[in-house]
Design a protein around this ligand. Structure first.
Ligand code: GLA
Length: 786
């Protein structure tokens, strides 16, 4: 008996010994001026990648691509809304299996930084928040709203269940966890940020340093004493300047740029964005020379598949499906020239030889002749449910997250032409009378109204409203979809205005997922529709293509209108012929040898029902869209006879500057006249501009529009004057080439305000190119003479 006991003990010791031998527990700490990994100085070289933006079969390839760049860490967001699509139903399987992603990273010797939100921004639908939060109409998102916090806690607990055991101390590879995201661009509320910190801890993230990220200009507003502070800035930024304030406040803190933007995202109807490789690489080199940790956002952007792309504001600027981001690793996982430049630089900062670059996943062309469209179903076939309501309803009120709504009502007799106005249209409406198309109302273009012909009593008005991604940045994230308030027809007869607030709606819901598209096509008896006889109309198109191999391809949608595509049941993403994106990335791992199904939901209708797969993507082709500028032909600002409220000179260099007026003034139109530049050249640039009230507080810029700008650079980049209030410090208004000083911009504040001064931010790049020296500021209640 004694012997048997001794044997048992020996076995237990052996097993325990083996276990501890295998699991070498590592440590990661915030040291004095540097991070410490296992007690040794450690520079975090992180690659930002988002697992839902990469098909799971390709995860490993992308991780190896990051590793071959010399990165030692992966940084990732957790997108709440993809994991909890319906309240209380959590999904961490398949492409959502975040723990599997982290373990895969660990297998390849990579550490992980987790950024679990709850808000993430990221050009992702509603910044990662679930749409169903909006069903509580008075919800205060990202604030101490009890319901919001309760839902956040429930979700973060689930994240904890998936990931807490993967913290470094427990044998995993998670070294840091972020609390909230750039809260300074949303508000000032340390109490709320502390609540999120506590939720993150209660979710189980107790063993790793917690950190906050923000901009150099606002990180102190919400910086908590017990969290690490890191800065976000982009390619070209003046790095010393970015860390100056942090160094002064916390001289012992390790420095980290938690988002160093490699490129930028694209929006429908705006030019494709790029950032030079040299500037990106030299910024990273400078950080490495100075021992500064970083995360390269994005190292590989991937794709916002399905309906997951978000939108930006002010205004409404929906993001395209591709999240290529001009990152070193392209959307489809290829090494770009930027990649190789970066790799060469990074190799010099690595003690070991970098692993070889993994083999590229090949791409293929699929000729148009391989595609056959055999089925069509009109848009109405996709209707899931029809409700009746006296008043108009938003999609959220009808418990619907994504897709389109057909709003239908009957009209009274209106004998003269009239104007139809949607308050408000979110996001793209097409209007029909008795089934005949009358026109569209596009939120992107700030459209709200359209002219209607005379109508008879009983005529049927139908408005098809398609929702695009919810806004993911700023206060506008509370972005309801459909028609948000009411529909009004106004006429003028004999000098009298009559307004009809339309009631008694039938509301037909068209969800935008694959199952609904498939069902629509089944119910429409597709067998009766033959190739060649399909109408070029709004609706669902069913087709197939045969391939012999399963390489990646880029579906060319340039002859289609606007909508979504599904390949073999996978939601591939949104398309819109205005561009700049004309092709959609179809990963080869979702294709089959032989027959592949393709379904297109086109809410506008194609010009040709043709399709092909290309070997290369087209991400930079704007069709029939002129970049929006703010000077009509022949307009010339006339400031003669106007008296400035303030004149002076801005200082040179980077960083915010403030100007106070002698006494508060009241007005609606503000003109900034720039008289010359610090470098004596012709360029004038402004990254951001705020007006302050009599107490020096920033005024909201929500109602702002640019009334006039003498010159705007829209030939290559998106540098129109509205960039000076787009909330993004790294984008800017720039005048164009061959356009000498003086320069001027006029802003319509949308209403009368009392103004006490202004705050001005020059460009973030070293030397602040285009920084203005002499200025005059004018404020008026009536428009300027043009
Ligand atoms: C910020 C956000 C990110 C992303 C970038 C722009 O830094 O934190 O989520 O939106 O801007 O790409």
């Amino acid at each position: 008996m004694r012997n048997r006991l001794l044997m048992l003990l020996a076995c237990i010791l052996l097993v325990a010994g083996n276990l501890s031998g295998k699991e070498k527990i590592e440590t990661f700490e915030v040291g004095k001026g540097i991070f410490l990994l296992n007690g040794e100085p450690f520079v975090v070289k992180a690659a930002e990648v988002h697992y839902p933006r990469i098909p799971r079969p390709y995860w490993e390839h992308r991780i190896k691509m990051c590793k071959a760049l010399g990165m030692n860490t992966l940084c990732l967001y957790v997108f709440w809304n993809i994991h909890e699509q319906r309240p209380g139903e959590f999904d961490f399987t398949g492409n959502n299996d975040i723990a599997a992603f982290c373990r895969l990273a660990q297998k390849h010797g990579m550490y992980v930084i987790v950024r679990p939100g709850p808000y993430v921004c990221a050009e992702w639908e509603m910044g990662g928040l679930p749409w169903w939060l909006l069903r509580k109409k008075d919800i205060r998102l990202r604030e101490g709203d009890p319901y919001f916090l309760e839902r956040v806690e429930l979700f973060e607990k689930e994240v904890g269940k998936q990931l807490a055991d993967l913290q470094l101390s427990r044998g995993g590879n998670i070294i840091m966890v972020q609390v909230e995201n750039e809260y300074g661009s949303y508000g000032t509320d340390k109490e709320y940020v502390s609540q999120i910190r506590d939720i993150v801890r209660r979710a189980g993230f107790t063993d790793v340093p917690l950190f906050q990220c923000d901009w150099a200009s606002n990180f102190t507003n919400n910086g908590l004493d017990d969290l690490l502070w890191t800065m976000n800035f982009g390619t070209g930024a003046n790095i010393d300047k970015q860390f100056a304030k942090l160094k002064q406040l916390r001289p012992d803190s390790p420095l980290m740029c938690s988002e160093y933007w490699s490129g930028w995202f694209d929006k429908w109807g705006a030019r494709h964005e790029t950032r030079p490789a040299e500037a990106m690489v030299s910024g990273l080199r400078e950080m490495l020379d100075k021992g500064i940790s970083f995360s390269l956002y994005m190292t590989h952007g991937g794709t916002s598949f399905g309906h997951w792309a978000g939108a930006n504001s002010p205004g409404f600027a929906p993001d395209v499906t591709s999240y290529d981001y001009d990152a070193p690793i392209s959307e489809s996982g290829r090494a770009t020239p930027k990649y190789y430049q970066l790799r060469t630089m990074m190799a010099a900062y690595s003690s070991k030889r970098l692993p070889a670059v993994p083999r590229e996943i090949p791409s293929m062309a699929v000729p148009a002749s391989y595609f056959r469209f055999t089925g069509y179903a009109p848009i109405e076939s996709g209707v899931d449910t029809t409700l009746f309501s006296r008043n108009i309803k938003t999609m959220e009120e009808m418990n619907m997250g994504w897709g389109s709504v057909l709003y239908t009502t009957t009209l009274p007799e209106i004998k003269t032409p009239s104007v139809l106005t949607l308050y408000d249209c979110h996001d793209y409406a097409q209007v029909f009378i008795n089934g005949e198309f009358v026109g569209k109302i596009d939120r992107v273009l700030y459209e709200q109204s359209l002219p209607l012909p005379a109508v008879k009593a009983g005529d049927r008005l139908t408005i098809l409203v398609e929702a695009m991604g919810r806004i993911n940045f700023g206060r506008a994230i509370k972005d309801y979809k459909g028609i948000t308030e009411k529909v009004v027809i106004s006429t003028e007869v004999g000098g009298h205005e009559t307004a009809y607030d339309l009631k008694n709606w039938s509301l037909s819901l068209l969800p935008d997922d694959y199952q609904h598209a498939k069902r629509a096509l089944e119910t429409a008896r597709t067998d009766e529709l033959k190739q060649g006889s399909l109408p070029l109309n709004r609706g669902y198109y069913l087709g197939y293509f045969d391939v012999k191999k399963t390489d990646d391809t880029f579906l060319d949608l340039s002859s289609w209108g606007k909508g979504q595509v599904y390949v073999n049941g996978h939601a591939i993403g949104r398309f819109w012929n205005i561009g700049p994106q004309q092709t959609l990335y179809v990963p080869g791992c979702w294709l089959k040898k032989g027959r592949n199904e393709v379904i297109v939901l086109d809410i506008v209708g194609p010009s040709k029902k043709e399709m092909q797969g290309l070997k290369e993507p087209i991400l930079n082709q704007l069709n029939n869209v002129k970049p929006k500028t703010h000077r009509a032909k022949g307009e010339e600002l006339d400031l003669q006879g106007e008296t400035p409220v303030c004149t002076g000179e801005f200082a040179g260099g980077n960083g915010w500057q403030e100007v106070g007026f002698e006494k508060p003034v009241s007005g609606r139109y503000v003109c900034i006249e720039a008289l010359g530049a610090h470098d004596g050249k012709e360029l004038a640039c402004i990254a951001e501009l705020y007006l302050t009230d009599a107490q020096g507080e920033r005024l909201s810029r929500e109602g702002w529009t640019v009334r006039y700008a003498d010159s705007e650079e829209t030939g290559k980049g998106n540098r129109a004057a509205d960039k000076l209030y787009d909330l993004q410090e790294s984008t800017y208004w720039s005048t164009g080439r061959k356009s000498p000083y003086p320069h001027s911009v006029v802003i319509d504040l949308g209403g009368e305000y009392t103004l006490g001064g202004l705050q001005y931010l020059p460009r973030m790049e070293e030397g602040a190119p285009g920084s203005i020296k002499g200025y005059r500021i004018y404020v008026k209640s009536t428009p300027f003479k043009l």
